[in-house]
Design a protein around this ligand. Structure first.
Ligand code: ATP
Ligand code: MG
Length: 427
């Protein structure tokens, strides 16, 4: 008999035989009746066995199944007023495909009270919970919608290297790796490579892992994360901010279209966000007016980002024209000591940074020195701008950061399958 996914069982199956495979979420072992809550990736159902209706040995076995064991059940679908789905499965045959050890190391029910650290120690089991599955089903939609958006707009997907020779923004946040006789580093960003692609391929995007050896342990930082990046030639920062706005709106629309069930499970309603643009100076005075302790020249503190969300709910807030001091060397400096750099804040947290880049070798050298870096270390990169490199702009959205903002998760680790942080390297 072919397998039927639980989520596909409908009226047309009533009174018919089906075979389902999945995990036992719960067992209720009563004298004359046994209930199994069975789930697969598509949903869950109640399976029942009545004493006298099946062999006695099977009846007893059902009551003793360990929760989270993988099972295969054949039975008849019966309409049921009591069952939440409106039907139940009357068990006729049952095989335990893989027994589960008992007791379970974590509570696998959706309302689990197990603390996040322990849940992450047993992430494979945590992934049995429907609300955790919902997060990663939605994240899968996010990445795919990102790809679709840029593919359908004629961008080229590129695969930048992850082992690199020099830092993008100075050496302190890099993980060194032994590379034969040399020391290399894990890429903290595809920045330099996507630029070197854009000055010939014009419109590129990538989804790529990055590594940052930041020692702080916060609810919004990981040491390994994934970035969704673009880079566009003949474009300034305002052009790519608009692109970001459209891409994020498209992603939210797609999540709404494809993940109704998951949003329900998470008890979330998503609205396509609006957008708002401020210069850095405007943003600082707005925050000052709203009693955030901040001065001209400061980076936006987390409480400032939260305040922007409070003032402009469900809005992508762009802060552009940042001072040179606060942006990396590759961001285009302007005459008034501002830059072509911007940040995008959504859901009260920075989801993206971007800007117009420096495409002139002399200015790049000047900027590198200004930031205390050695132009010699970046020779291959600087030289790539000597052969007709047009002005160009781009940005980077952190995938886990975006998922966290979109789904209002309190900790970025909830948006990462197997987080790497200051202390966690396993599983
Ligand atoms: P933040 O100020 O929030 O620490 P950043 O300005 O250092 O971030 P960028 O270099 O601008 O980070 O990186 C681009 C995007 O990647 C960020 O806007 C964010 O969405 C994401 N990101 C950056 N650092 C991390 C991290 N440590 N963990 C997870 N996501 C990150
Ligand atoms: Mg940033």
């Amino acid at each position: 008999m072919n397998r039927t996914y639980i989520g596909n069982i409908a009226k047309k199956h009533f009174g018919k035989q089906v075979m389902v495979e999945g995990w036992v979420a719960d067992v209720r072992d009563l004298a004359k009746i046994k209930f199994l809550l069975v789930r697969d990736i598509s949903g869950q159902l109640q399976a029942v066995a009545l004493k006298g209706m099946i062999e006695d040995s099977l009846f007893r076995k059902i009551g003793r199944i360990h929760p989270e064991s993988a099972v295969k059940i054949e039975g008849k679908v019966n309409k049921s007023k009591q069952a939440r789905q409106g039907f139940e499965l009357q068990i006729q045959k049952l095989d335990v495909l893989a027994d589960s050890k008992t007791p379970l190391p974590i509570d696998t029910s959706p309302k689990s009270k197990t603390l996040i650290d322990r849940r992450l120690d047993y992430r494979f089991l945590d992934l049995r919970r429907s609300n955790i599955q919902a997060i990663f089903k939605i994240q899968s939609t996010v990445v795919n919608a990102f790809r679709q958006f840029f593919m359908s707009n004629d961008y080229i997907e590129i695969q930048p290297p992850s082992i690199i020779a020099t830092a993008t923004e100075g050496g302190t946040e890099l993980f060194p790796v032994k590379y034969f006789e040399k020391t290399a580093y894990l890429a903290q960003s595809p920045q330099l490579y996507k630029q070197m692609c854009a000055i010939s391929l014009e419109k590129v995007f990538t989804v790529t892992p990055v590594w940052r050896a930041e020692k702080h342990n916060t609810p919004r930082h990981l040491n390994e994360s994934r970035q969704m990046d673009i880079e566009v030639a003949f474009a300034d920062e305002f052009y790519v901010m608009k692109v970001l706005e459209e891409a994020v709106k498209y992603i939210v629309e797609e999540v709404n279209r494809q993940n109704k069930k998951e949003l329900d499970i998470l008890d979330l309603k998503l609205k396509v966000p609006k957008s708002k643009y401020f210069s850095y100076k405007e943003a600082i005075s707005l925050l000052k007016k709203n009693k955030i302790p901040i001065e001209n020249g400061d980076d936006l503190p987390p409480e400032g980002e939260k305040k922007l969300e409070e003032l402009y709910p469900n809005t992508i807030v762009f802060v552009h024209s940042w001072p040179v001091k606060l942006k990396p060397f590759y961001i285009w400096p302007k005459k008034d000591n501002t830059t072509g750099g911007f940040d995008a804040i959504y859901g009260g947290i920075e989801i993206s940074s971007g800007g117009q880049r420096v495409h002139l070798p002399e200015i790049l050298e000047k900027q590198l020195k200004l930031k205390g870096l050695k132009p010699k270390d970046f020779e291959y990169y600087i030289d790539s701008f000597r052969f007709g490199a047009p002005f160009h702009s781009g940005w980077s959205i952190g995938l886990e950061r975006f998922t966290m903002a979109l789904l209002k998760l309190g900790n970025i680790r909830e948006a990462c399958l197997f987080p790497r942080d200051r202390i966690r390297l396993t599983p």
